[in-house]
Design a binder for this molecule. Structure first.
Ligand code: SF4
Length: 363
């Protein structure tokens, strides 16, 4: 991107022009001061689109098991059943976590779990019932398209019927995780046992069509190129054009330290600060159909979170209380963020912090 055409392009986007993939790629690979120009335009668009309010959800992660059929190369959390440290919570342990969340007045419980090879649709239904029993009225955000595909295959059901059953049994929203990078040549390297792109897309659309909204996610900074990142964003934008089912885009930088992909020299050590800022900023500029761009404070740290709020982000995700997935991969400080600390970094920018529900209603 030359000095001359960048300001024109950014002005066009602020005026309503939809970025093409080629243009987004130019922005995603910006260097030097252009990074700040892209970030400033994204910040302006954020202000136009959603104003100055920064939102967060009072939520808690609930860990079910770290036993996982997928053992993705970018993950330090998943284990085989016999491995040291492998665990699978029983009803009592799950309800204890759920009760703790309830006492902390969360509005959302988010399941963080491996894809246990023995789990079936009945297991998922049990989980929903146990959690609702221990934490009545709390929204359950759970099950990625990969988990939906897994239990559908185990039960011999189609995925649409699985989604309908989960919704009927009390699932609030599905997770847009397992997307990672929706480019099969990348998935073949970083998560070869997960559903392929077409299946992820199909299940996300089915979820939205059955009335289950979801997050959209991108896990970046491991093995993929900037071109792959943009292709991924374009797939998400096309789904949103059709269904309007995504609540937000969640940007998830790769946390590398304890992961096989990094230890084998296949992946790089996560994104740089420039890449973190550009991922937020380009996402804001690219998605004219997703209002909420979320920064993952548990993965980028509080100072980078604040900069992301100056580059197009408007949501701080949740309080979380615990995140063994980031911790197992080598991340630190990812367990709990007190709303008072959120308030400190938000008010420092002259913005205001508001609690929201999973579906972005202000509390
Ligand atoms: S990322 Fe998820 S699916 Fe992949 S190994 Fe880790 S827990 Fe399992």
């Amino acid at each position: 991107m030359t000095e001359r055409n960048l300001p024109t392009l950014l002005a066009d986007v602020l005026g309503g022009h939809r970025l093409t993939e080629v243009q987004a790629l130019g922005l995603m690979t910006a260097q030097g001061r252009d990074v700040l120009r892209v970030a400033a335009a994204a910040d302006e668009l954020r202000e136009q689109r959603v104003g100055d309010v920064v939102t967060y959800v009072r939520n808690q992660n609930l860990h079910v098991t770290n036993i996982c059929k997928n053992l993705c190369g970018f993950c330090g959390f998943g284990r085989n059943a016999g491995d040291e440290g492998a665990y699978c919570c029983d009803k009592a342990a799950i309800q204890e976590q759920a009760r703790m969340a309830y006492e902390r007045r969360v509005t959302e419980i988010c399941l963080l779990s491996g894809v246990h090879p023995a789990f079936t649709l009945d297991t998922f239904v049990d989980l929903l019932h146990w959690i609702h029993e221990a934490a009545p009225g709390v929204h359950i955000h759970a099950f990625s398209p990969d988990e939906v595909a897994h239990v559908a295959q185990k039960n011999g059901w189609n995925t649409r019927d699985v989604l309908l059953r989960l919704k009927a049994e009390g699932l609030g929203t599905i997770q847009g995780t397992a997307a990672e990078i929706l480019v099969d040549s990348v998935r073949e390297v970083i998560c070869p046992r997960k559903v392929r792109t077409a299946e992820w897309v199909r299940i996300a659309k089915e979820a939205h069509e059955t009335g289950l909204r979801s997050t959209a996610t991108i896990m970046y900074g491991s093995y993929e190129s900037a071109r792959d990142q943009v292709e991924h964003l374009a797939i998400l934008r096309a789904i949103q054009d059709e269904t309007h089912g995504f609540t937000e885009l969640v940007t998830l930088p790769f946390v590398h330290t304890n992961t096989p992909l990094y230890q084998q020299g296949i992946a790089r050590p996560g994104p740089t600060g420039r890449e973190d800022i550009l991922m937020i900023a380009v996402s804001r500029l690219f998605f004219d159909n997703i209002d909420n761009i979320q920064v993952a404070w548990g993965k980028v740290g509080l100072k980078m979170t604040q900069l992301a709020l100056l580059a197009g982000a408007n949501d701080l995700a949740g309080t979380m209380f615990t995140d063994d997935v980031t911790g197992s991969a080598g991340g630190s400080g990812s367990d709990y963020l007190d709303p008072q600390d959120m308030e400190r970094i938000v008010s420092d920018l002259g913005r205001s912090l508001r609690q929201r529900t999973t579906l972005y209603e202000l509390v």
